[in-house]
Every structure is written in structure tokens, then in C-alpha cells.
Write a protein that binds this ligand. Structure first.
Ligand code: GUN
Length: 288
């Protein structure tokens, strides 16, 4: 049976380390690191995410600046807020919660964020810095996946990695991160031919396609390390109930592979921990 990679425990440990770093920063700088989170509209899922981010930020000893704007906020007003946060010396990191309500230009808002405060790693400047090896911020989910992989495997150099999914937020930055670690990287996606054979060649598999339990145990190389980014809600065995599953069929995969992240409790908890990590890093760079 595979080892289970405990993302929840790793994230708790990382949050503890960030809190120590925050205490050191605050003693030196005479202020706390600050994270500004902007939420536009009433999307229920976004409200929960933002509340969780606020709690985690405060628990780490940082300043949390929450900006809640009505759904009918204009592009101009939103851009003015981002400009104000860019200029505010108390703000080290800026996160604009996505999706934005219809009518707002998401891309224009994200690109307006100062790359040195882009703790989500969503600006094209951050993507370009990652691609060219310059210091910048890496999107939280792929960064969390990399931390789990390095903790499990140590040096990743020379390993064969297959990423399933090509999104700007996970698949593409994940590929860049693994390339930076000297892996041989393949990005597979919905049009990839003979996907099971492609996946079977991999020492490292990162599944980020958003299809419940798509990757089966017999697609995987024995001993491989599997990171499951999927969070899919599906009907449970109990009538009327639902459950969360990943993009990997955990039951069959865990009979073949060396190690695998569970869903929930794998990659999920790493995302907020990495947001705090990036915010502390932003504060240290700005003061340094
Ligand atoms: N919406 C869902 N996840 C995220 C995230 O990580 N960052 C932002 N900005 N919006 C999101």
C-alpha cells in the first residue's frame, strides 16, 4: 500500500514556521506583514474562502486588510482600490478573489497588481519571472505541490514528471516549477493521445484536470509519487449525500504507487499556508 502524504500536517507545520518568521519580521520592522484581500460581490464560495484566509492571516500574526465591495462596483473603482493598495506601505501582499462578478475585466484587474505584492502569482509579470528564473511569486497551489514533492523525494533532478491539466493557475506554473527542479516534464491534457501510457512513464504525476477519479491505478508506474489537485464533489453512497474526491481513483492508485496525497487533506490545506508563506516573503523582500 502507498504512503499517504499528509498535506494537512505539512501545512500546519508550515503555518507554524511562517508564524515564527512573522514574529521575527515584526520585531525587526516595527510592523506586522500585511495581506489585503479584495472580495467583490456575494459569491458564497468566495465568501468562505475569504473568511478562511482572514482567519489564517490573523492566526499567523499578520495584519489582514479586508475590502468587501458590492457586486455593482465599477471597473474604475476596483482599479482605484488596487492602485491604493499598491501604494500603501502597510500592505505587502494583495489578493483579488476570483471570480469577479460579470461586467468586470478580471485580467485588467489582476494585471494592475504590483508584481512585488502579487502573492497569488497570477500576474503575467509573475508568470514571466517564474519562466525565466527571476525572483517572484509562484501561485499557491503549485507551490504547495512542489513543497510536498520535495519533502517526499528530496532532489527531483532527472525525474520524469507528467502534469495532467494546462491551466494558468496550476498546470502551467507546475510545469515551470518542475522544470526548474530539473525534471523531464510533460504537460498532458484533454487532447493528449494514449493518456494512460503517457502517465505510466512518470515518476511524478500531478493531476489537475477537474475530472472525478479519472486517473486509474493501472495508469500509474509502480512506486510513483502522485499529487492529486482535484477537488470534485460527487454523490455519495448514502442517498442525497455528497463527498469530495480527487482526479485520481484513490482506491486503485494506492495499491500501485509509492505515495499519494488524499482528497481532502492533501493539496487543499497547502494553498492557504503557501499564501501566508508568500506574504511573509513579500514583506521580507520589501523591507530587505
Ligand atoms: N478563487 C479560488 N481560488 C482562488 C485563489 O487561489 N486566488 C484567488 N485570487 N481567487 C481564487
Amino acid at each position: 500500500m502507498a504512503d499517504i502524504i499528509d498535506g494537512k500536517a505539512f501545512a500546519a507545520d508550515l503555518r507554524g514556521k511562517v508564524a515564527e518568521g512573522v514574529a521575527e519580521f515584526s520585531a525587526k520592522a516595527g510592523r506586522k506583514p500585511g495581506l489585503a484581500v479584495v472580495l467583490v460581490g456575494e459569491d458564497p464560495a468566495s465568501q468562505i474562502y475569504v473568511r478562511n484566509k482572514h482567519k489564517a492571516t490573523v492566526a499567523a500574526g499578520m495584519e489582514s486588510f479586508e475590502h468587501r465591495l458590492p457586486a455593482d462596483t465599477t471597473q474604475e473603482d476596483l482599479l482605484a482600490l488596487v492602485a491604493q493598495l499598491n501604494a500603501d506601505p502597510a500592505v505587502d501582499g494583495i489578493l483579488v478573489q476570483l471570480p469577479l462578478p460579470k461586467g468586470l475585466d478580471e485580467n485588467a484587474v489582476i494585471q494592475a497588481i504590483d508584481p512585488d505584492k502579487d502573492v497569488d502569482g497570477f500576474t503575467t509579470a509573475s508568470a514571466g519571472r517564474l519562466m525565466t528564473g527571476l525572483p517572484g511569486f509562484v501561485a499557491c497551489t503549485p507551490l504547495g505541490c512542489l513543497m510536498l514533492l520535495k519533502d517526499r523525494l528530496g532532489d527531483l533532478s532527472g525525474k520524469t514528471a507528467v502534469i495532467i491539466g494546462r491551466s494558468n493557475i496550476v498546470g502551467k506554473p507546475m510545469a515551470q516549477l518542475l522544470l526548474r527542479e530539473s525534471c523531464t516534464v510533460t504537460i498532458a491534457h484533454s487532447r493528449t493521445k494514449d493518456l494512460p501510457d503517457v502517465v505510466r512513464a512518470a515518476d511524478i504525476v500531478v493531476a489537475a484536470v477537474g475530472r472525478p477519479e479519472m486517473v486509474k491505478g493501472d495508469w500509474l508506474k509502480p512506486g510513483a509519487t502522485v499529487i492529486d489537485v482535484g477537488i470534485n464533489r460527487v454523490p455519495a453512497a448514502d442517498e442525497g449525500k455528497t463527498k469530495l474526491v480527487g482526479d485520481v481513483d484513490f482506491a486503485s492508485a494506492s495499491e500501485t504507487v509509492g505515495a499519494i496525497t488524499p482528497v481532502p487533506g492533501g493539496v487543499g490545506p497547502m494553498t492557504i499556508a503557501c499564501l501566508l508563506y508568500n506574504t511573509l516573503e513579500a514583506a521580507n523582500r520589501r523591507e530587505g
